[in-house]
Structures are given as C-alpha cells and as structure tokens.
Design a binder for this molecule. Structure first.
Ligand code: GTP
Ligand code: MG
Length: 305
C-alpha cells in the first residue's frame, strides 16, 4: 500500500534502503492529491555529454530498484571516450517511472542543443536514432511527424548526468547554465544534476559550480559498471536517495492543479521559437561571410558546423 512520504519519514526517520525502494516501487500518479490529472507516467529524461555515465546510471537504477542480479539493460561504452548510445531508448523502472537514455552530445553546439531540447521536451519519437546534425527543416518535420505519437501524458523530469572527474572551464560553465535554463523552460522543471564518479577529487568543486548555476538538487553517485557489480550499501543508498527525491518532487508538484495538454503546447512554442531564432542567427552569419568574406568568430562558428 503506497503511503505519502511524510508518513514514511515519521515511521522511520532513517529511511533505510528498503523503505526508499518500496516508496519508489509503489509510487503511483493515481494516488497523488488530485489523482493523475491526465499523466500516465513519469519520464526521467537523462541527458548530458557522451561518456558521462547515463547508461550506467540506468543499469544501476534497475539494479538497486529490482534488487536482483546485475544486468546490462542500456549498453555502456567500453570507455568514456567512445560515444555509445545513438538511439533514444526507454527503460521501465516501475509501472509508473520510465527512464530515457537520451543521446549524449560531444560538445555544446547550437544545432546539438536544438536537438537536446527537442529530446528533453519529448517532441521527438522515442526509441529511434538521434541525428545531431539536423537542420531547421529536418528537426521541424520530425517534431510535426511525432505528433502521431501521444506523449502529452508524460510528467517529465530532466536530469543532467555529469562526470565529476572533469574540471569545468568557464566556457563550459556558461554554456551549461544556458542549457539548464532552457531545459527548465522546455520541461517546466530546473534539471537535477547527477554527478557520477563520486569519489573524484573534483566532486566538491563541481557541486559548487552547479549550485552557482542555480541547481537545487545535486546528487553524487558511484555507478555500478560491468567491472564492478559487487553490491555496496553506500552505492545502493545514494542511487535510491536520488530516485526517492525525484518521486518526492513529482508528488509535490502534483499537489497543484495541472493541465498536461496546455503545458505541452506552451513548451512546444518555446522550442519552436528557439529553433527559429537559431535559424535566423545562422542565416545572418552565412550572409556576413558571403558579403564581406568575414571569418566566422569563435562565438558564431557553432552555428555553421
Ligand atoms: N568508475 C566509474 N565509472 C563509470 C561511472 N559511470 C560511468 N562509468 C564508466 O564510464 C564509461 C561511459 O559510461 P556510459 O554509461 O556508457 O556513458 P553514457 O553517458 O551513456 O555515454 P553515451 O552513451 O556515449 O552518451 C563506461 O566505461 C562506464 O563503465 C561511475 O560512476 N564510476
Ligand atoms: Mg549511453
């Protein structure tokens, strides 16, 4: 029987792993204050750079929630430097919660960020290959084509996965901030951040940087990997805490009256405006280069790539 988290906390302030696991497994949108309000599932949208641990996180989530043997559900790269996930795939975690393994990007370029936002807002079909270098018309056509799929009933939770071994440059910092804010506008929720490789010496610095960008929920986890599947209480606990918090946030947001269809329309307008603006900028840069033979600057080269 699913019970609100406040009751569970009262019952056991320590919130041990079993209680968290049961809370995650039993959570149903139907049990929220105003019922499901038209949402049929929670879609945890994992996004971020390639090789930062999105697929490993999915396998780790399945491992800790199913509490069975370790299995590879989402294929993982042999190393951090070889992009692996090309298809945007879904993995059911519970009957209410689904994880989406979005294609990772290599660097933040304008045409890739357009695709990222289209993925995050769930405006592109699931379980199909993602093409980063799509032009405006191509992206637009695919968004329109995907209207055939009924997806407005998904409650989207955006989650950026970031490898805490990396030291962020100031350029990365401002690009990521822009991306997080846009992801908020497209999904209605400021993305949470999961820092993988939690034993890294750069963890605290990365936590601080994401906090400065306005991130309220930052979790650090050590993923289970093909090379290390030995159950660890600490690893289980950290991953369960992260999923538990996501469910709490959804439950909290579902206390408000919501309209999934109206939300979907608003976000689609934001995405289309972004794509249109990007296209205009690209046309201006191309025109300048043609007219004056000007060299593209570091700032605008990403529009032409
Ligand atoms: N030690 C350690 N290794 C990790 C962790 N997370 C991921 N890895 C390793 O990092 C590599 C890349 O992980 P993936 O899960 O494939 O990364 P991804 O974000 O799905 O990458 P793409 O599919 O290319 O976008 C793999 O070799 C993993 O085993 C972690 O928390 N700790
Ligand atoms: Mg992957």
């Amino acid at each position: 029987m699913w019970r609100p988290v406040s009751e569970q906390l009262r019952a056991d302030p320590a919130m041990d792993n079993d209680i968290m696991r049961r809370y995650i497994q039993d959570f149903s949108l139907d049990d929220c204050k105003h019922g499901n309000q038209g949402y049929s599932r929670v879609l945890i949208q994992l996004f971020g750079f390639t090789g930062h641990g999105k697929s490993s996180f999915i396998n780790s989530c399945k491992y800790v929630v199913d509490d069975g043997p370790y299995k590879v559900y989402a294929r993982v790269a042999p190393s951090e430097y070889k992009p692996e996930t090309m298809i945007r795939s879904t993995y059911e975690l519970t009957r209410t919660i689904t994880l989406v393994d979005n294609r990772g990007c290599v660097i933040l370029k304008k045409d890739e960020t357009g695709e990222i936002y289209a993925q995050l807002g769930n405006f592109l079909p699931l379980n199909t290959t993602v093409n980063w270098h799509a032009g405006y018309e191509d992206t637009l056509n695919r968004i329109l084509e995907s209207e055939r799929e009924e997806r407005s009933a998904d409650f989207i939770v955006p989650v950026l996965v970031y490898n805490s071994q990396l030291q962020m440059s100031s350029d990365d910092d401002s690009n990521l901030k822009e991306m997080l804010v846009m992801a908020r506008d497209i999904t209605g929720m400021f993305p949470m951040v999961i820092l993988t490789h939690e034993t890294s010496e750069h963890l605290l610095k990365n936590q601080e940087q994401f906090r400065r960008m306005g991130t309220q929920y930052i979790f650090s986890v050590e993923n289970y990997t093909g090379q290390d599947t030995v159950k660890s209480h600490r690893k289980h606990e950290k991953i369960l805490q992260c999923l538990h918090e996501i469910v709490r946030i959804v439950e909290f947001q579902m206390r408000e009256r919501r309209d999934p269809i109206a939300e979907n329309i608003t976000r689609k307008k934001i995405l289309l405006t972004f794509l249109m603006e990007r296209e205009k900028e690209r046309a201006i840069v191309e025109e300048d280069i043609k007219r004056e033979g000007a060299k593209p600057t570091k700032k605008n080269i990403c529009l032409l790539l």
